[in-house]
Design a binder for this molecule. Structure first.
Ligand code: NAD
Length: 499
């Protein structure tokens, strides 16, 4: 963005040549605390050291919160039309710099450039959607028994901690920043320490867009130091968090005594894909079923919380499905074919590798894939894992229970609709599900019994930004999107006026 490199700082001490700065009070600068340590970040496709980022210490986090607090006094009173113009400008600038963001997101996260472009487009939509949403908002008014007119009045809740994971860095961070500032709140945002590049670029873009200083602050760092300090601060009025369930629990625990704090927790998933025999009945539905199940499983290397990693297939079409699915996945998603990126970090590579070793120990059948080689740290090898299809995996296996969050699926047969529903719901998670069938009555009958916040019938990842997004069970608390985001970022009072 103009000269994005101007803001990159020479590394004070460690091994990486450059350090990304925070974006605080409208300025791009390294934290001032002398005790700041630095975290190295690696390029997943090559394993090379790319940059360092500060692990922002609690006193610098506090300073960012103070800036957000003082900006809140003005921003919360800024007219909707003016806030809307600011969001529009950010959206336009992102559009202008789409390719720069996409290229860096792909380098930093490991995803393909094509996938990164889709996510930058979605980030652009996040700002444009909420820029217009706030102009058309309605308020509910009622006559209470003819004696009082009542109406709901909402005001911005305060300063928010916005914390995001590494799988869709820019998209998920902007999914929080856009509604937060649209509804008049201010933010201290923290991207994942594994993928901080697009958040850094976003800071430059927000500065260029002329967003008033302090409205959005971005602090870089890890969860244990930076994230924990942010969440725990009594000056933080709410937390919008996307990440793993264990971290969601830690955040709940850390804030349990702060009843006032709004918590929106978007957590992990282990999502089922159900394939009924009718979906495999003719050539065109069969092709659609295979493609949909494959993209749900392997898009972004399986590193999307909504990926369908447990596939259940009606027994009468089980073998033909497994064969055709395996052929299709081998053709489209094998490493080198262009649809598969590298997984995000060495640590994540090792985690997935551990599950594949478990598959060997449990005598699962590898229809596709194998245990990848062990990588040595600093060996400059990329974190590539072939798409892996496992069958003959017991329902109680960790392979069927845990969120692997990589390019690994299990396929299991079922005999009846009831069994399919039971298997789909046999999980601590309840984020998303895919249902492939041509039977209209079944779409509703099964769809309405699946314990998941999002059920896609004959499609996957279709999103309308006003629909409630979030999970059941251990996949989270609360919903985001349109009016649901408004609930997260505002406080409501009901006024009663005598008639
Ligand atoms: P993670 O929970 O390890 O980290 C997420 C973020 O939280 C990071 O920025 C991290 O630094 C921060 N963090 C960690 N500990 C913290 C603490 N104690 N206090 C405050 N912040 C802390 O998750 P991850 O490994 O980065 O991401 C993968 C997970 O995210 C998967 O479980 C995936 O399903 C989930 N996810 C969910 C959704 C959704 O919408 N439900 C979307 C994408 C990813």
């Amino acid at each position: 963005i103009d000269k994005a490199t101007t803001f990159i700082q020479p590394m004070p001490s460690q091994s990486a040549p450059i350090a990304l700065p925070n974006y605080v009070a409208g300025e791009l600068r390294l934290p001032s605390s002398p005790s700041t340590t630095y975290i190295d970040s690696f390029e997943p496709k090559t394993g090379r050291l790319l940059y360092s980022l500060p692990c922002t210490q609690p006193n610098d986090v506090e300073e960012a919160i103070q800036h957000a607090r003082s900006a809140f006094r003005t921003w919360s009173k800024t007219s909707r039309s003016e806030r809307s113009r600011h969001l529009r400008r950010v959206s336009d600038l992102l559009q202008e710099h789409r390719e720069l963001f996409a290229v860096w997101e792909s380098i930093d996260q490991g995803k393909t450039l094509e996938r990164a472009r889709i996510e930058v487009d979605r980030a652009i939509s996040n700002f444009s959607y909420f820029s217009t949403y706030i102009l058309h908002e309605q308020t509910a008014a009622r006559m209470a028994d003819g004696v009082a007119l009542t109406y709901e009045h909402r005001s911005p809740a305060g300063v928010f901690a916005l914390i995001s994971p590494w799988n869709m860095p820019l998209y998920l961070l902007t999914w929080k920043i856009a509604p937060c500032i649209a509804f008049g709140c201010t933010a201290v945002a923290k991207p994942s320490e594994i993928t901080s590049m697009s958040a850094y670029l976003l800071g430059i873009l927000l500065q260029k867009a002329g967003l008033p200083p302090g409205v959005v602050n971005i602090v870089l760092g890890d969860g244990a130091t930076t994230g924990a300090a942010l969440v725990a601060s009594p000056l933080i009025e709410g937390v919008s968090f996307t990440g793993g369930t264990a971290t969601g629990i830690a955040i709940r625990r850390a804030t349990a005594h702060q009843i006032r704090k709004h918590l929106s927790l978007e957590l992990g998933g282990k999502n089922p894909t159900l394939i009924f025999a009718d979906a495999m009945a003719d050539a065109s539905t069969r092709k659609h079923a295979i493609r949909t199940a494959a993209s749900a499983a392997f898009e972004n290397q399986g590193e999307i919380c909504l990926c369908g990693s447990r596939i259940y297939v009606e027994r009468s079409v089980y073998e033909p499905f497994v064969d055709a699915f395996t052929l299709y996945v081998r053709d489209k998603y094998s490493v080198g074919k262009g649809s598969m990126g590298a997984v995000a970090s060495l640590q994540h590579y090792n985690k997935i590798r551990g599950y594949l070793q478990l598959a060997v120990e449990e005598n699962a059948t590898f229809r596709l894939g194998a245990v990848p080689p062990m990588l040595r740290e600093n060996s400059n090898q990329g974190y590539w894992i072939e798409p892996t299809i496992l069958t003959d995996v017991a329902p109680a296996s960790a392979l069927q229970k845990d969120e692997i969050f990589g390019p690994v699926v299990t396929i299991t047969p079922f005999d009846t609709e009831e069994e399919a529903i039971r298997l789909a719901n046999a999980s601590e998670y309840g984020l998303a599900a895919v249902l492939l069938t041509t039977d209209g009555a079944r779409m509703r009958r099964v769809g309405e019994q699946i314990e998941a916040g999002l059920v896609w019938v004959n499609c996957w990842l279709v999103r309308e930004l006003g629909t409630p997004f979030g999970g059941m069970k251990n996949s989270g608390t609360g919903r985001e999107g349109g009016e649901y985001s408004r609930d997260v970022f505002t406080v409501v009072r009901t006024l009663h006026l005598p008639a």
